[in-house]
Design a protein around this ligand. Structure first.
Ligand code: ADP
Length: 450
């Protein structure tokens, strides 16, 4: 007969892998199914870090933070549209999620900030490298150590139910064989739909023609799988464009570069906005420029603290020069304007006050140490805040807000946590917090005899 497992996890991004590890550690038998040929989903591309307030690592650094402030700033950034119950659970469980990772050898003990946060609470690897690759390789190490079964190149095409409760999943593998796996618990961790341009444009016609930062697998299939068994959706039109995307490669330039002290200038060499505002506002400011692009500009101070900057240089995305004057020449920019911009900005850093645009965070160093670097950027589709409805225990809710027995969801496939705009560093927090919770819930269901 068909194979039976306690828990089937659909998707091998951060949410899926965290769920699988937690369910296994609570004694459940687990199968992870991934449609792409590689593990890691879009999580592998995550750059900034993982937000959490009141963590051990903040305390070690003497950073005073509060869960209440983290809640308030996330809600403000989300334009007050976040689901309060989900956001409460998110903020409350964030420090333990940082510890859950640390217990498994994944140390996010360097701390920076992102747009919309007033306190350093974005946890990242010690060497300042991008969080995604480090996180996924650490999770994969834990998956392998436990010998958890991961089927790659295999797509879940249907969730089976009986009397409204989950009984199994249907899979299609890369040889086009259809398989059935029996289970009483399925965790849908299939990510968002930024790479499905038809679906993006269906909800947001204004985003036609935008590039996306996401991997090919971000097509939103998991939302359909759950809708087919009755799930409700929320906030489907809330789609985030990220302000700093290199357009010829669709490569995202991490917010940690601005968080490390970079500025944005227009083609004339002038600043035009508070670089540390939330993503929606910075994106709107760039789209509002006549040229519809801008440059992210930084110096050696910023590069030495950000591994990501070296990666951008290695990929050929960066124009570098020994002086601002030479940089301006290479970018076809007015050198006097650029020099004046830097001089004025460096004065703001000295005073710790930006009289032009009100930037209050990451006024870290003057931009005065060569080489000087610039990357031409414009917005791209980055994150879909909408998705299926869940309760704070990750149980999928149907259109009448009733839990569907045996169906759990976590990560970007879920709607409501981030409201109208996701704060940088909150997606990685989301996937670990709700991924581990979904794993716990599914394992408990298995223990109860199902
Ligand atoms: P999150 O950040 O929420 O964990 P990711 O985008 O990192 O989401 O990972 C989601 C993963 O789910 C991707 O690797 C994607 O290829 C996979 N996936 C999406 N739909 C299916 C499906 N129907 N069957 C199997 N895997 C899927």
């Amino acid at each position: 007969g068909p194979r039976h497992v306690d828990v089937v996890v659909i998707g091998s991004g951060g949410a899926g892998l965290a769920a699988a590890i937690q369910a296994h550690d609570e004694g459940a038998s687990v199968l992870v199914v991934e449609k792409m040929p590689t593990i890691g989903g879009n999580t592998v591309k995550a750059s900034a870090g993982m937000n959490a307030a009141e963590t051990r690592f903040q305390r070690v650094k003497g950073i005073h933070d509060s869960k209440a402030l983290f809640y308030a700033e996330t809600l403000k950034g989300g334009k007050n549209k976040n689901n309060p119950a989900l956001l409460h659970r998110f903020v409350e469980n964030a420090p333990q999620a940082i510890e859950w990772l640390a217990d498994r050898g994944i140390m996010l003990n360097d701390i920076t900030t992102t747009g919309g946060m007033s306190i350093d609470r974005t946890h990242r690897p010690r060497d300042g490298s991008a969080v995604g690759g480090y996180l996924i390789s650490g999770l994969v190490r834990n998956i392998n150590k436990r010998a958890i079964d991961v089927m790659l190149d295999t797509t879940v095409t249907g969730i089976l139910t009986e009397n409204g409760a989950v009984t199994g999943v249907r899979l299609v593998n890369d040889e086009n064989e259809t398989l059935t796996v029996m289970t009483h618990s399925v965790i849908v961790a299939t990510g968002g739909f930024s790479a499905n341009s038809d679906m993006v444009v269906k909800y947001r016609p204004d985003l036609a023609g935008f590039v996306t930062t996401n991997h090919k697998g971000a097509t939103g299939g998991g939302i359909k799988l759950l809708q087919d068994i009755g799930a409700g959706t929320v906030d489907m039109g809330e789609i985030q464009i990220h302000p700093t995307v290199e357009q010829s490669t669709s490569y995202l330039i991490s917010e940690s570069i601005r968080g490390g002290g970079a500025i944005l200038v227009n083609q004339q060499g002038a600043r035009f906005f508070n670089e540390m505002e939330t993503r929606d506002k910075v994106s709107a400011a760039i789209i509002g420029l006549a040229e519809k692009y801008a440059y992210i500009l930084f110096d050696e101070h910023v590069r030495v603290k950000n591994k990501a900057a070296d990666e951008y240089i290695a990929r050929g995305l960066v124009t570098s020069a020994s002086s601002p004057r030479e940089l301006a020449a290479q970018l076809g920019m007015d050198e006097h304007q650029l020099s004046a911009t830097l001089e004025r900005y460096n004065g703001f850093v000295a005073q710790q006050q930006d009289s032009d645009f009100g930037r209050t965070t990451a006024l870290r160093n003057p931009i005065n140490q060569g080489p000087f670097y610039a990357i031409r950027i414009a917005p791209g589709v980055h994150h879909t805040m909408g998705g299926v409805t869940i309760n704070p225990d990750t149980q999928v809710l149907n259109t009448d807000k009733q839990a569907i027995p045996g169906a759990y969801a976590a990560g970007e496939v879920v709607g409501g946590v981030h409201g109208g705009n996701r704060i940088g560093g909150n997606a990685v927090a989301d996937i670990i917090i709700f991924g581990t919770l979904a794993g716990h819930m599914a394992a408990s269901r298995a223990k109860s005899g199902l």
